[in-house]
Write a protein that binds this ligand. Structure first.
Ligand code: ADP
Ligand code: MG
Length: 228
């Protein structure tokens, strides 16, 4: 528990009078793919947002690599998100005005990489993952599954320590969802990326090394944590 890469301890968070997290605890180990399951409204996304430094809990601790994320100010949390974390959400959220490769290059540009270098790197990632043909298209010219794969590559291009994926297959049919998950798992294994994967689909959770379930704002462990 203590040497986990990412941890939440006794985290509470309410939206107004609606409690979303009520003493949630979780440990995410380096290099693992952890599925966070649970019914709609149970607090999965809120927990992910706390772990990723997007939301600050009312009470409790968030630790990344031994640092108290919940004690950081907005600027430091924003740097942590940009430099260390990657994100992919239910609806790819590609910038519609930009081509697929420009979308993939965005995290690199935000990190200060020059435009030509960022685009070269974005193209190399798309090629390596068999998506090279899509690079020049805009999101309107991509199918839902293609757009989500591009969004996934965008989440990975800056080589994040942790990829946060919130219902990444939620808008896709099951075959397309499997293609997205195959890609995600392949890259995670190659790069050693740790993944926090929120899903309510057991078929998607089956790609993970371990599952936890969120219920009423608390985390129930399902499969044993790895030793060490
Ligand atoms: P899940 O991702 O498991 O569906 P959420 O974490 O999104 O659950 O939501 C947990 C609870 O918090 C729900 O009751 C939800 O309605 C509430 N909630 C989530 N986000 C907000 C928000 N921005 N404003 C108000 N209530 C919210
Ligand atoms: Mg959610």
């Amino acid at each position: 528990m203590t040497n986990a890469l990412l941890q939440a301890h006794d985290v509470h968070l309410s939206f107004g009078t609606t409690p979303a997290l009520r003493g949630a605890g979780i440990a995410v180990h380096e290099g693992e793919i952890l599925a966070v399951m649970g019914p709609s409204g149970s607090g999965k996304s809120t927990l992910l947002h706390c772990l990723a430094g997007i939301l600050v809990p009312d009470r409790g601790e968030i630790l990344f690599d031994g640092r108290r994320v919940d004690r950081l100010g907005e600027t430091a949390r924003s740097s942590l998100r940009r430099d260390t974390f990657g994100f992919v959400f239910q609806f790819g959220q590609l910038v519609p005005e930009l081509s697929a490769e420009e979308n993939v290059a965005l995290p690199l540009l935000l990190a200060g990489v020059r435009r030509t270098k960022a685009l070269t790197e974005a193209r190399a990632w798309l090629d390596r993952l068999g998506l090279g043909d899509l690079g020049r298209r805009t999101s309107g010219e991509l199918s839902g599954g293609q757009a989500q794969r591009v969004a996934l590559v965008r989440g990975l291009v800056a080589r994040p320590r942790v990829l946060f994926a919130d219902e990444p297959t939620g808008a896709l049919d099951s075959l397309t969802g499997e293609q997205v998950m195959d890609l995600m798992v392949t890259v995670a294994r190659d790069e050693g990326t740790t993944i926090v994967l929120v899903t309510h689909e057991p078929r998607v959770a089956a790609y993970a090394d371990r599952e936890v379930v969120v219920r009423d704002g608390k985390v129930l462990a399902l499969t044993a944590e790895p030793v060490g």
